[in-house]
Design a protein around this ligand. Structure first.
Ligand code: AMP
Ligand code: ZN
Length: 463
């Protein structure tokens, strides 16, 4: 299968070929762990999860590295505001991040390096940059010298003035050029710090990703991803550091960036009250419905995330899971050969991750399954639907579980009570006491439980 991706570096869609046939290395910038992830942070995680699944489907060996930034001024600020120990903040928020992303159906990366465990590699890389004349020490800081490398700015296509304005770089007395950026900075005694040839201090954010990606993927690797806002300065700086520390060896072949996410039509902000954390959204909606919203828009387009949209996505998944539930009895029928995703679904993803098109094909598969006879052909179709869903990270839950999901803190009937009432209703119907049977149905409806009478009995779901 031929894969094509839009490469930010070349500004066009290109056929993707790994540097080593059959083996792909991919790095995505991970979270800074000081607070719950918001829905904007979830977009790259879900988008690159689909990419990871697609790559694994096509290539025998894929190494996906996504870091944890656990040393950063935002973490220090949280510590100063709340008094919670730095290690406690980073451990707690890393755990929450894992839970939230798993609820969105994102696979764990193969390697998840923490910045604080790679300080030696960062120091080593900074020293190599100093030796090569691309960095200099001044006033306890080490800075990358932007004028020392004339390819700087190629990824973002910015000119020098735009770069200085865009980076909002402070003009500091220790900088010999305003565009220069920090590789290492001094730490006060009460701040996290490590001994280095330039004194006790801590790394700048950009060098963290350069050092961690090289450690696990080598000096040159295939794919680097992140949100569009990271193109400049973060990714521009990663390229400069890695290329200059590695004797001008190219850093990354293909750069992919997801578009920005807005919430309820506006830029997400705490003051507008539209700042949605994944943690809070999960109390209101199943994680899979949130994931579906993130995949309904092409990853390079801007996305307007709304709660109404999640509700609609939930209904779409009701339809998908409904088809799976209605055909659960043919699940164990023999399907010839291993189930592979539908060709149209994989072809859509192979074309620059066209998830909206892939989802329209999933809709078609569901329609076909709903119409199919209950035979081996339908069993095969069901297996193809499930395999297609797996490629998108959807439809992997038990349909019964899906329909039983309810928001956190809502006190409705528990499963045992519902089952008991269903038995009573069945008894009433058998003895032709339809008034009693209808009363039970009404009682359940008002408790948010919908009954569906089908050929294989009555099934229920929460609404
Ligand atoms: P941060 O923790 O701010 O470094 O962001 C982690 C990831 O989330 C990066 O890849 C960002 O580009 C991405 N990101 C942050 N905010 C948004 C947003 N509103 N829309 C899309 N991606 C975002
Ligand atoms: Zn990064």
């Amino acid at each position: 299968m031929i894969l094509q991706f839009y490469n930010t570096l070349t500004r066009r869609k290109e056929e993707f070929q790994p540097l080593v046939p059959g083996r792909v290395g991919m790095y995505v910038c991970g979270p800074t762990v000081y607070d719950y992830a918001h829905i904007g942070n979830a977009r790259p995680v879900v988008v690159f999860d689909v990419l990871y699944r697609l790559l694994k489907h096509v290539f025998p060996q894929v190494t996906y590295v996504r870091n944890i930034t656990d040393v950063d001024d935002k973490i220090i600020n949280t510590h100063n505001e709340t008094g919670e120990a730095i290690g406690a903040i980073t451990n707690r928020t890393t755990r929450a991040f894992h839970e939230d992303m798993a609820a969105l159906g994102a696979l764990a990366p193969d390697i998840e390096p923490r910045a604080t465990q790679h300080i030696d590699q960062m120091i080593h890389m900074i020293a190599a940059l100093v030796d090569a004349g691309h960095a200099y020490a001044a006033d306890g800081h080490v800075l990358f010298s932007v004028p020392s490398w004339n390819a700087y700015g190629r990824l973002s296509g910015r000119n020098r003035d735009e770069m200085i304005a865009g980076a909002r770089v402070e003009v500091a007395p220790y900088k010999s050029d305003p565009a220069d950026f920090v590789l290492w900075k001094p730490s006060a005694p009460d701040q996290p710090g490590w001994d280095s040839p330039w004194g006790r201090g801590r790394p700048g954010w950009h060098i963290e990703c350069s050092a961690m990606s090289t450690t696990y993927l080598g000096e040159t690797f295939d794919i680097h991803g992140g949100g569009q806002d990271l193109i400049f300065p973060h990714h521009e700086n990663e390229i400069a550091q890695s290329t200059c520390a590695h004797h001008q060896k190219p850093f990354v072949t293909t750069w992919l960036h997801n578009g920005f996410l807005m919430v309820e039509g506006e830029k997400m902000s705490k003051s507008l009250g539209n700042f949605y954390t994944v943690h809070d959204l999960r109390k209101e909606f199943p994680g899979e419905a949130i994931r579906l919203v993130l995949l309904q828009t092409h990853y390079r387009q801007p996305l307007d995330f709304t709660k109404d949209g999640v509700e609609l996505a939930r209904h779409t998944l009701d339809r998908f899971y409904g088809a799976l539930r209605q055909t659960a009895d043919i699940d164990d029928m023999d399907v010839a050969g291993p189930a592979v995703p539908d060709d149209k679904v994989s072809a859509a993803l192979a074309d620059d991750l066209n998830t909206p098109l892939a989802l329209s094909h999933v809709h078609e598969l569901v329609s076909s399954l709903n119409k199919a006879e209950r035979d081996a052909g339908a069993a095969r179709l069901r297996a193809v639907l499930l395999a297609s869903g797996r490629l998108l990270g959807l439809l992997q839950n038990d349909p019964e579980e899906w329909f039983r999901w309810q928001p956190a803190g809502v006190q409705t009937l528990d499963e045992a009570t519902i089952e008991a009432r269903l038995q009573e209703r069945m008894k009433a119907r058998k003895s032709k006491d339809f008034a009693a049977a209808d009363a039970i149905r009404d009682e359940l409806t008002s408790a948010g439980i919908v009954l569906e009478d089908g050929p294989s009995g009555t099934i229920w779901r929460r609404v």
